[in-house]
Design a protein around this ligand. Sequence first.
Ligand SMILES: [Zn+2]
Length: 436
Amino acid sequence: MGPSGVGIAPNLEPPQGGGSERTSATSPPPLAALLRDLEARRRIEEEESKNSGEFECSPHLRQRLFRLLDGYREHTGIERLAKCGRVRHQVEVTGRFHDGRGRLAGLIRCKSKSCPVCLAQRRSQYAEQITRVAELWREEHGPVYMATLTIRHGWSDDLPTTAHGVREAWRKMIGGRPWKRLREKYGEWQFIVAEEVTHGANGWHPHLHVLFLPQRWLSEDEYLHVAGELYELWHSMVIRHIGEKFAPSPEHGADFRPASAGDYISKAIGLELADPGTKEGRKSGRTPTQLLAAFVEDGDEEALKLYQHFEAHMAGKKDLTWSRGLRDVREAAKSQIKEEAEMERDAAPVAFALPGNVWDLWRHQKDAHERLLNAAESGGYVAVAELMGRALGDWAALETRQLSAVRDAFRGDPADLKAAAKVAGELAFEQADIPF
Ligand SMILES: [Zn+2]
């Protein structure tokens, strides 16, 4: 089989443990079997990607993430996180819809790594950027490969130490002479590195997902050579910069394989941490968001302690690094995305607007975001006003309807001002009739 078959889709399964199929450092899985597997997966992924595209935050997931956030507010050590999505930074809170997805504006966003809502948002942005960059790269050069770099670790190992060690080992690896020799042989390789932490039976498990973007396809021999070299290099860097007992195992240490530029990239690098998913733990352990879900949904206090530990040590750390040579292509992808987002925003008018004082009372309600967006989706601002009326009183309904009607009439164009003033005047007149 020639190199042209390489690089379509990856094997998503983690390497199986158990010992019977142990592979040595220099012999990754037989290429023919790998390629058959890749081809089968590529077909499945093609089907799936037709339905997925960008990060889809279904209303169900959104509601779940907000519940996780609400359940964590009083336990976080980050002040801004406690206020995220709840405290206003504007005088009003507005809602818009685009493609059936609702969004509230005017609220503080903490952008913290330990905030389930902001994490999901950021991961979806990353996923979009990475997917575009990989697509642009494939058009220009062709191949995209993926590696997962891990270390051996135990229950008692300290997260800040091992996470720092993993980062350091990677940095030294790509700055070292053996790596330079590989570059001389195969040309300059660009990369995107995502740092991930999970928690499992052996404690904290910091590891790296690396997307490699080489200049050309590797032949079968070259592929085997790089896979072997990568493992050897990673192995020696881990021993040197973290310690002998952390030496990665041949079967899990440095898994290197071709990657598709489609949804796999988003799943592996972009979104793995964002969705709490199901309760069954994965082989590599639970993601931080799964730990948080275990606490909020099942009352697991131990999981809360672990999550707080994660927040204390990891929240401020960078979780994605791009090699310098990707700067231009990344900027191009970012500006593409920004342009599209602006067009989307312009296309989506304000569906409703809550006056600040109404939001400040409403925000204490359970599922405040979800119920608000659901009402707006089903019956526009009239339904939102009714909801506010039922929860807070007639005054809230009236103020909401008034502000929403004005915002609806005024779409940003100064020419709309007259219409907006007229609406406001009519509503004020209407309001005068209602006794408070
Ligand atoms: Zn947040």
